[in-house]
Design a protein around this ligand. Structure first.
Ligand code: PFF
Length: 440
């Protein structure tokens, strides 16, 4: 079998991981979750969740991946715990699951991008979303999105994923900064900023039972945790760098880009008197389209905005596909190109129901976020904290230079704080999913 691939550079690894993290979760999901859950109050809980739970959990995935140098399934046996491969199996299933509907949204984005050039959605944004979000054309664009994803992954770790994300991530940052600077100067933009940045403490306290699981779930989704993306990406690290610095950079960049997306979305919405609380997955699409329809040069701004959303979505989709591709080429003597095409085709088929019904689509998203990802994170954190334990600490120490004691503190933080938080989130999310309120 051919030698296993590695990243060309450390920066390449970091940017690929940031590319995975930054996606629809930041630009589409984060603003609408914020709008539905009390504005800035949600943002506060999200920031805490990303730093206190997301960051240590990411490190947990890194210590598995870098040590094992294997795909998510075989990683567990490679470091001596074959029974835990079940967690890897869950990761593979989750990869199929999420990418199937994620790609449907990717297809919507392509249609919005094309519609921006001609101003097609300007007249009636609500109807446009209704027209493009389900049906045969939606299936076709879902196929286009999968094709591009397959194309990048087929090119390989260095020449595909690393090369693509190295160009994508910096352009996402530059364009979002440009849009944010322009957005806050619009009349009414400041109100949008206030909504996004000044928390209503009463609203926060009275809705903690929904805000906490949603915010923590959003942090997992946004940081691509709980399904082995970060295990897989860390398995391609060639030398022992400081993982804590890498994970810290990834979490900071991802959070900054999420906040930046909020700085673009909320001022634009308020400037056009669009209600951000309008519920549902389509909200950001319809609201942003409404805003672009009313702005001077809306075609251009719309195209730039949806262009950046598309790039962000692609750089995440490739990481989801890579989890499954990596497993297959580690185990079977097949070429990366044929595996990418075959797996891509299966995922395309799995996504068709979501491209035909918004209810099915919503259910897929809820199951992923309320069940699959929290279960995945809980198992990974339990494994790293209580089973892999000291070996994980030793792995983290490799490359940490003078910060060795930090690794033991991290382990206890994972064992107690992170584990309690993820189990709590899992319980709250599942009861939320089943419609049971645990707090009366
Ligand atoms: N992190 C991506 C986003 O925020 O859009 C989505 C994602 C990618 C979720 C990879 C999970 C994952 F494993």
């Amino acid at each position: 079998m051919a030698q296993r691939e590695t990243w060309a550079t450390r920066v390449g690894f970091i940017l690929a991981a940031v590319g995975s993290a930054v996606g629809l979760g930041n630009i589409w999901r984060f603003p609408y979750m914020t709008a539905e859950n009390g504005g800035a109050a949600f943002v506060v809980v999200y920031l805490l969740a990303a730093g206190l739970i997301g960051l240590p959990a990411m490190l947990a995935e890194f210590t598995i991946g870098r040590k094992a140098k294997k795909n998510v399934f075989d990683a567990f046996s490679s470091i001596g715990f074959p029974a835990w491969r079940i967690v890897g199996l869950l990761g593979l299933v989750t990869g199929f699951w999420i990418l199937s509907y994620y790609s449907v949204v990717g297809g919507w984005v392509i249609q919005y991008l094309l519609g921006s050039f001609t101003g097609t959605y300007f007249g009636d944004p609500g109807t446009f979303f209704g027209d493009i979000s389900t049906g045969p054309t939606t299936v076709a664009y879902h196929a286009v999105f999968m094709l591009i994803t397959v194309g990048i992954v087929a090119l390989g770790v260095k020449d595909g994923i690393e090369a693509a994300t190295k160009a994508m991530v910096p352009s996402i940052v530059v364009i979002l900064v440009g849009l944010a600077v322009w957005g806050v100067t619009l009349p009414g933009g400041a109100e949008g900023l206030a909504y996004f940045l000044s928390p209503d403490i009463d609203a926060l306290l009275s809705n903690l039972d929904t805000i906490i699981p949603f915010a923590v779930g959003q942090a997992f989704f946004s940081l691509s945790l709980g399904m082995g993306v970060m295990i897989t990406y860390a398995s391609y690290i060639g030398e022992d760098d400081n993982l804590a610095v890498d994970a810290g950079s990834i979490v900071v960049l991802n959070t900054a880009i999420g906040v930046l997306a909020g700085l673009v979305v909320f001022p634009l919405l308020f400037a056009q008197n669009v209600d951000p609380g309008e519920a549902g997955a389509g909200a950001v699409f319809v609201s942003m389209a409404t805003a672009f329809g009313e702005l001077p040069a809306g075609e251009l701004i719309g195209a730039v905005f949806f262009g950046v959303v598309l790039v962000a979505a692609l750089s995440s989709a490739i990481s989801l596909l890579e989890v499954v591709v990596s497993y297959t080429i580690d185990n079977y003597d097949v070429s990366r190109v044929s595996v990418s095409v075959a797996v891509g085709a299966i995922i395309f088929l799995l996504g068709i129901p979501s491209a035909l019904s918004l209810d099915t689509f919503g259910l897929y998203d809820e199951i992923a976020n309320s069940l699959l990802l929290p279960t995945g994170v809980t198992l990974i954190v339990t494994f790293v904290g209580w089973v892999y334990g000291r070996d994980a600490v030793a792995e983290l120490r490799q490359g940490t230079g003078g910060f060795g004691s930090f690794a033991s503190t991290w382990l206890w933080h994972v064992r107690v704080v992170v584990l309690t938080a993820v189990v709590g989130t899992l319980v709250l999310s599942v009861s939320e999913l089943l419609g049971i309120s645990l707090f009366g």
